[in-house]
Design a protein. Structure first.
Length: 118
């Protein structure tokens, strides 16, 4: 368990609790179930893993995303989508692809990092 002396809550942290429940599902529940219940337990463990990664990576990724949008000269994803539809990035395709690739990589690092291995 990791503790932050300046955190407003005592240990265990939210991340620690998520990890404990996920590990319990993976270790004990999955081994003791089958069929539909086993499938739902696996889904629950995956959801908890996603939440763990988002808690860990989310703040830095949010900052990086804001910086990407600023480099592209937009303030939101909606504005970015509209700019792409309006062909405002003609001649900047390489830059746009690099920024979009970084954004998708960040999303996959949370949703399913295994996809990045393939």
């Amino acid at each position: 368990m990791v503790s932050d002396g300046d955190a407003p809550h005592d240990v265990p942290s939210a991340a620690d609790l998520l990890e404990a429940v996920r590990e319990w599902i993976e270790r004990d529940v999955l081994a003791a179930t089958d069929g539909r219940l086993k499938f739902h337990a696996r889904v629950a463990a995956n959801v908890l893993a996603i939440v763990e990664r988002e808690l860990e990576l989310g703040p830095a990724q949010a900052s990086a995303h804001r910086e990407r949008l600023a480099r592209l000269g937009v303030e939101s994803d909606a504005e970015l989508a509209e700019a792409i539809r309006a062909s405002r990035f003609d001649g900047r395709g390489t830059e746009l692809r690099a920024e979009l690739r970084a954004a998708v990589t960040d999303k996959l690092l949370v949703a399913n990092p295994g996809y990045l291995d393939s």
